[in-house]
Ligand binder design. Structure first.
Ligand code: FAD
Length: 314
């Protein structure tokens, strides 16, 4: 097949029929037909063009730290950007390729005395994944420092988007709406003033808080649900009595009920069942519908919970 021939002939690193669980922070996920590791934007565009021409399904991912991949895997190409990872800091402007790790970019920025990315030091994703998700923590989010991005639209045209083009909102960006691929992004930070807490110190304090509050010793994809307005998903799940609840190898974390952790070779369906249970129980007790923040790849047997009144409206 031409796609595979191209990968072989061009020396692009790829794996065939290989389990995705090796690459997800959840350590869950069945086999993908291809997992491809382009090393440059040029290679990324070539791979996407060929996949499109040959009608091969594809998904562009970063560090797979916010995804749940089906046990059945993915019948197509998972194109990971983690090897397209250069970035530079010029004054207070940072330009980073899609696969640069956000935590590394943030740490370097803090070391350079720049403020604005301290919140991101503990987020284990790439720049592409972070912009796509409008990732955030501790009252900061990507939107606050975003300057511009170079993206590919669905027809693989290259566009430059400004902040107002991006339609950012809580854990949302235009990239999600239009299936765009982020190639590179620029962030504009501020120089820390003398009276500010030094950025590196602030970042280290956030990292310490994470270690204290989050179950970082187990594989997970971070917070499973978005924060409902004026509330916290973890608190609602805990108040619903589900902290520590286990299905198969997956468990609602004892340390932070907003996290589902893989405690013993969990299956994606174990996680989906816990998601359904948490959504249903919280809805029945408090009338609040928890919306997953994590992204799903592949097909699942366990559905997401839909309240009856919403089902009837369909
Ligand atoms: C322990 C832990 C703590 C976490 N803490 C936080 C937190 O504090 N705040 C927070 O917001 N998140 C947090 N997360 C979730 C996650 O790290 C972030 O959402 C991160 O931004 C995802 O980046 P990624 O590269 O891993 O994306 P992936 O998981 O690989 O992908 C996520 C989505 O982005 C898309 N995507 C990835 N790259 C591109 C690209 N170049 N172009 C277009 N689409 C792309 C994928 O298709 C997918 O839909 C945490 C996760 C873990 C495991």
């Amino acid at each position: 097949m031409e796609f595979e021939m191209y990968l072989k002939n061009s020396g692009i690193e790829f794996l065939k029929d290989h389990p995705l669980k090796e690459f997800t922070t959840f350590k869950i996920g069945g086999k993908a037909r291809y997992i491809v590791f382009p090393k440059s934007t040029k290679q990324l565009i070539e791979i996407l063009t060929l996949a499109k021409d040959e009608a091969i399904n594809y998904i562009v991912v970063g560090n797979c730290s916010n995804v749940l991949v089906s046990d059945k895997g993915y019948n197509g190409a998972i194109i990971t950007t983690v090897k397209i990872d250069s970035f530079k800091i010029d004054g207070n402007l940072i330009e980073a390729e899609c696969g640069a790790m956000l935590s590394q970019v943030a740490r370097k920025a803090c070391e350079a005395g720049l403020k604005g990315l301290e919140f991101a030091v503990g987020i284990p994703g790439t720049v592409g994944g972070a912009v796509y998700m409008n990732a955030g923590a501790y009252d900061g989010e990507i939107k606050d420092i975003f300057e511009w991005a170079e993206v590919l639209d669905e027809n693989l045209n290259r566009l430059k988007l400004s902040k107002s083009d991006m339609r950012f909102s809580y854990r949302h960006s235009r990239l999600k709406e239009e299936r765009m691929v982020l190639i590179r992004a620029a962030f504009c930070l501020k120089f820390a003033d003398k009276e500010d807490i030094p950025p590196l110190q602030k970042a280290n304090e956030f990292a310490k808080r994470r270690r204290e509050k989050q179950p970082l010793s187990y594989p997970s994809a971070g917070s499973v649900f978005k924060r409902p307005p004026n509330n916290f998903a973890g608190k609602l799940i805990e108040d619903a009595g589900l902290k520590g609840y286990r299905i198969g190898g997956a468990c609602i974390s004892e340390k932070h009920a907003g996290f589902i952790v893989n405690v013993e070779d969990a299956k994606a369906e174990d996680v989906r069942k816990l998601i359904y249970l948490a959504q249903k129980t919280v809805y029945e007790k408090f009338g609040i519908l928890l919306e997953p923040e994590i992204q799903f790849i592949g097909e699942f047997e366990t559905p997401l919970f839909v309240p009856e009144n919403v089902q009837n409206r369909r």
